[in-house]
Design a protein around this ligand. Structure first.
Ligand SMILES: [Zn+2]
Length: 341
């Protein structure tokens, strides 16, 4: 009886030696440890043995069962490993083939100037404040001290919508009111970049859309000297430590007093050239002390708070920098132009 068991084990192990692939392994499994294998049949018939032989036969039978299962596991693992190895060898990837290079884009010249402007103002403690492109008449004009009858409204040819009170903003200044109303009575120090829209004849000098970067600082005790120092510092950080700057009086409805900032021509160093029209200076931005009416509209008491605001055009700065003569190039999507920057 025990010899019969030994023979079953010997036959099974010998058969396992000849197994070469997983199909043969699965056939071996059902033949030698499956439900109708000689071992299972033997264990199923234990009850037919004489009572004194049963314990020993059962013990030996189960030992063999465990041994065969473990031999099966070992064989299965080694077959899987060699099959994986074979597939890696036969399906090798050729990684020496050169790839197809991805076509790299670049930043639009306006984005390049905008990022430079952002980083300079960020270094000086100004946050970027985003505001909307579609504005109400009230924010775009009235709250900025440009009432309906004011002659300054003629300066902005405006895109109106079907609702006469809703328009595309003509400048980034309405963002000043949004920022002040959000932060008052706390101090504000922000720049407001964005696209502006004017209903104009498109020529080499004027477009219907362009960027502006507005700036606003409001707090107790801000003076005209702070404005001049801040703008001079901006000019040095933007155009170099030794750039000359000068201020000229100007007029805007939302600032009082108002000024223009010129910098020394960076092409000729102030000697005179076609870029500066032989004047030696380039007009860079408009600025001024925030008008008391505008402060009040923003939620600040002009007896306690004061502030300054400024605005500049990145496309104009880019045109001066690169000698671009036609503003229409910026939005014409012509790669011959864009790939130069
Ligand atoms: Zn010049």
């Amino acid at each position: 009886m025990l010899e019969q068991l030994d023979q079953i084990e010997k036959d099974a192990l010998a058969a396992l030696e000849t197994v070469k692939d997983s199909a043969a392994l699965s056939a071996w499994k059902s033949a030698h440890i499956g439900r109708s294998s000689p071992l299972s049949v033997f264990l199923g018939d234990l009850g037919k043995l004489p009572a004194e032989e049963r314990p020993q036969a059962g013990k030996r039978g189960n030992e063999i069962k465990r041994a065969l299962e473990s031999a099966f596991g070992t064989r299965e693992a080694s077959l899987q490993a060699s099959e994986l190895e074979r597939s890696l060898q036969s399906d090798k990837l050729d990684i020496s083939l050169p790839g197809r290079p991805a076509k790299r884009g670049r930043l639009h010249p306006s984005s390049q100037v905008l990022r430079k402007i952002y980083s300079v103002w960020a270094d000086m403690g100004f946050q970027i404040y985003r505001s909307r492109n579609v504005e109400s008449d009230e924010y775009n004009f009235t709250l900025l001290n440009i009432p309906p009858h004011h002659p300054a409204r003629d300066m902005w040819d405006t895109f109106y919508t079907t609702d006469p009170k809703v328009l595309l903003r003509t400048h980034t200044s309405p963002g000043q009111i949004h920022a002040m109303r959000e932060f008052a009575p706390e101090p504000v120090r922000v720049i407001l970049p964005g696209m502006c829209f004017r209903y104009e004849q498109i020529t080499a000098r004027s477009e219907i859309q362009f960027h502006q970067v507005e700036g606003l600082a409001v707090g107790p005790g801000i003076t005209f000297a702070n404005l001049k120092a801040t703008l001079s510092d901006f000019a040095r950080r933007m155009w170099g430590e030794n750039v000359g700057a000068r201020f000229r009086a100007d007029h805007f409805p939302f600032t009082e007093p108002s000024l223009e900032l010129d910098i020394e021509c960076f092409v000729c160093g102030g000697k005179g050239c076609p870029v500066c029209k032989y004047g030696g200076w380039l007009e860079i931005l408009g600025a001024g002390m925030v008008h008391p009416t505008v402060l009040r509209n923003g939620g600040y008491d002009p007896k306690v708070f004061s502030g300054f605001a400024f605005g500049m055009g990145p496309e104009r700065i880019s045109m001066l920098r690169h000698g671009i003569e036609d503003i229409r190039n910026f939005w014409a999507n012509d790669l011959r132009f864009l790939e130069q920057f």
